[in-house]
Design a protein around this ligand. Structure first.
Ligand SMILES: [Zn+2]
Length: 394
């Protein structure tokens, strides 16, 4: 028995069915605050699935358990959710992709890749407002009902009702219920914009974050990615098109801008996660995108030691022509900043050693050993230094 391919085929069918969705009516009335559907209804079934997915999310290794960060994101979600605040539960997941999703039962995931890419609380507020409006207007249920009326209903129900647990179920069902139509996306953009602006956020932030995601896609190392549509969520089949951005720009026209220092205030909330999240981002191996992201973060003029170190890391790992020199330049620049991670001196030593700058390599490694007192890789650097000194003597 080979259950894997069958299951994969089922998931593929669900994905194909969701991609086939075109004009799902956004006609559902706004839900009542605190409303929980009867378990006997299709909506009740959808909630039960979401409850399961939420229970699973709580056990994931990627769940970010920092209480301050979760409280902060929840606070922003509540500002734009207004009356629905009590219906929403926020989970920050350390996953390096731009993604926010809101299940029909009010369980919201916000991924670290999103928090790393939004530049201000206003941008975060717009994206969360967009998600909350999918929830408030029952878009998932509308999608679900449309899907059930299609020929793939058997596959969908098998996945939703069968005893299959784990990420495939989650991905299959969740990608289905989060596959919103073009009309629903446009509506969620408009409603997200209105709720963020009503809560006092910057009107230009909405168009800015979608534009920025498109620019990052264009900066990919991979031609295939560059020609793909940019998506606001990994579950979302509907692309961020120029007309969506234009519609948000039109909404913002003539409205006043927010207070000074918004970006700095937002950065203060995510600062301590920058090293871990940038490390995760490098694991995607799309260094063109990571470098673009780092440039964006650098433009705000803060955290330069950390950002230049990771810029060096991106070039060092990419290894295209000229990347080694760019990595070296980034490490050298980072090493002059007060917030440089200690690892910068280890990498500097490696790189200077390779290009024959023995004396400078020695200084860099000695600096590393002096600063990284508890580092697990001290023995490696000590060995490199020993080899270098022996080479110098002979
Ligand atoms: Zn959406």
């Amino acid at each position: 028995m080979r259950p894997q391919p069958t299951l994969r085929a089922a998931v593929t069918s669900v994905l194909a069915a969701s991609i086939a969705l075109s004009a799902v009516s956004p006609a559902f009335a706004q839900r009542a605050v605190g409303q929980r559907p009867d378990i006997a209804t299709d909506e009740g079934g959808l909630w039960a699935q979401s409850d399961k997915a939420e229970l699973e999310a709580k056990t994931k290794a990627e769940l970010n358990k920092d209480p301050d960060l979760t409280a902060y994101v929840r606070d922003v979600a509540c500002k734009v959710a207004a009356g629905y605040c009590g219906d929403i539960r926020v989970y920050v997941m350390d996953r390096p992709y731009f993604n926010a999703s809101m299940a029909p039962n009010g369980y919201m995931e916000v991924w670290s890749g999103l928090l790393l890419r939004v530049r201000s609380e206003s941008e975060l507020a717009f994206v969360l407002g967009h998600e909350v409006s999918h929830f408030a207007h029952g878009h998932s249920l509308a999608t679900w009902r449309t899907l059930k009326s299609r020929s793939n209903v058997g596959m969908v129900l098998m996945l939703a009702g069968g005893g299959i647990v784990g990420s495939l179920l989650y991905l299959g069902v969740m990608s289905t219920v989060f596959s919103f139509s073009r009309e629903q996306e446009t509506e969620a953009d408009r409603l997200g914009f209105e709720s963020a602006v009503t809560a006092g956020y910057d009107p230009v932030a909405a168009a800015a974050i979608w534009r920025s995601l498109r620019e990052e896609t264009a900066a990919s190392d991979f031609p295939k990615t560059r020609t793909q549509d940019t998506r606001a969520s990994i579950f979302n089949t509907h692309p961020i098109t120029p007309d969506r951005i234009a519609a948000l720009e039109a909404l913002a026209a003539g409205r006043t801008a927010p207070s000074e220092g918004e970006r700095a205030r937002y950065r203060a909330h995510i600062r301590k996660f920058l090293p871990a999240w940038l490390t995760d981002d490098l694991r995607r191996r799309d260094y063109g995108q990571t470098l673009h992201l780092i440039d964006q973060l650098t433009a705000d003029g803060e955290d330069l030691g950390v950002l230049e170190f990771y810029k060096g890391e991106a070039y060092r790992r990419r290894r295209l022509d000229g990347d080694q020199n760019k990595a070296l330049a980034a490490y050298v620049s980072a090493s002059g900043r007060p917030d440089a991670p200690v690892a910068v001196w280890r990498e500097l030593g490696d790189m200077l050693g390779k290009v024959g700058k023995t004396a400078e390599a020695r200084t860099a490694w000695e600096t590393y050993l002096a600063k990284a007192v508890d580092a697990e890789d001290r023995w490696l650097v000590e060995a490199s230094l020993k080899k270098l000194n022996e080479g110098a003597e002979s």
